[in-house]
Write a protein that binds this ligand. Structure first.
Ligand code: SF4
Length: 341
């Protein structure tokens, strides 16, 4: 049985999924990503040297000119090492040759190729006892701007907000950074957060732009703040190439993951998308709000009423509401292990 969730987590989850649904169906407000529907994802690592040390609440990815080519490859995240490996399209080369410039063990190379073959990014064959790998499609230039959104439903409980926003601005990994809140935003609040950070007020399904975000220098060197607790702040410079790789990792992670990172619980009190939203949100009739099934549902919940989990097709909801493609036509189906060769 999961431990009872913190009240702030409950509020933040509800706020986060509502905002994600609004951005996916209504597009990005203001000037952050105008005119196109972004890819929306939740809980994505936003550091370079320590990607998991800063987790971004909501990430928006602007589809670029070659978005359709990317969507045609696979609905999943393409592993970074598979993109970096030198695998020619349509010509099989020995696996070791493809990974010659990457510092990866043979076991890791095999795992990367296995996953890349499963999702249809490469094909494998065995010739004279050696594994060879062939690219299925070139990796396209598929994304444009990246936007990081930090959610703070209630500004009277700012927590780590200031440190998080200073981290994002100093690193400049995203093109824009936005604070989203349900609170009334005063001049005092605006004065306390970095000038470059935009502010949205989100309530009753509507987003009001309080302040537009400034464009950050995402292709210039940045500074990653690793530790502010020490007597002296520990920082690490970040080169533009490292930022570019981290941006690709973020875009891929966002494309593969999306924001519906939950399942529907086996409880009679859960209500399906049709009643509340066509986006696939987990609404609980007992609490009268959206719930995070992973941390709130189960026999420990006072309203738990065992029942069959409702069949909700979250992939179908994502495909219907966003540019993501669940099952691209003609993509290579899952391949089994090397034994088949
Ligand atoms: S009542 Fe059921 S759906 Fe609602 S939080 Fe509890 S276990 Fe989850």
């Amino acid at each position: 049985m999961p431990a009872p969730p913190r009240p702030s987590h409950v509020r933040e989850f509800d706020f986060e999924v509502r905002l994600s649904a609004r951005l996916e169906t209504g597009g990005c407000p203001g000037e952050a990503i105008p005119e196109v529907d972004p890819v929306v994802a939740r809980q994505i690592g936003g550091g370079v040297h320590a990607p998991g040390a800063r987790v971004i609440d909501v990430v928006l990815v602007e589809p670029g000119t070659a978005f359709e080519e990317r969507a045609a490859i696979t609905p999943e995240r393409i592993p970074d090492a598979a993109i970096e490996a030198d695998v020619p399209v349509g010509r099989a080369v020995p696996r070791r040759e493809a990974f010659a410039d990457l510092d990866l063990s043979p076991e890791r190379q095999r795992a990367v190729v296995e996953r890349a073959a499963e999702i249809g990014f490469v094909e494998r064959e065995r010739r004279a006892g050696r594994e060879r790998v062939r690219g299925v499609a070139p990796y396209p230039d598929w994304y444009g701007d990246l936007v990081a959104i930090e959610n703070k439903p209630d500004l009277t409980e700012p927590g780590d907000l200031n440190r998080q926003l200073r981290f994002d601005v100093a690193l400049g990994l995203f093109d824009r950074v936005v604070l989203a809140t349900g609170s009334h935003v005063t001049r005092g609040h605006l004065n306390r957060i970095p000038d470059a950070v935009g502010v949205w007020r989100f309530r009753d399904g509507e987003v009001d732009v309080v302040r537009e975000p400034a464009r950050l220098p995402a292709d210039a060197p940045g500074t990653e703040i690793l530790d502010e607790a020490a007597a002296r702040t520990a920082i690490e410079p970040v080169a533009p190439d490292d930022k570019a790789r981290a941006r690709r990792r973020i875009a891929e992670r966002a494309y593969g993951k999306g924001w519906r990172t939950y399942g529907f619980p086996a409880c009679a009190r859960i209500e399906t998308a049709e009643r509340h939203d066509a986006c696939g949100l987990p609404y609980c009739a007992f609490y009268d709000r959206f719930v995070d099934p992973a941390s709130e549902c189960g026999p420990g919940c006072p309203g738990y009423d065992p029942a069959e989990a409702p069949g909700v097709d979250l992939d179908a909801a994502r495909e219907e509401n966003s540019p993501w493609v669940a099952d691209p036509e003609g993509r290579v189906r899952t391949q089994s292990g090397l034994d088949r060769f």
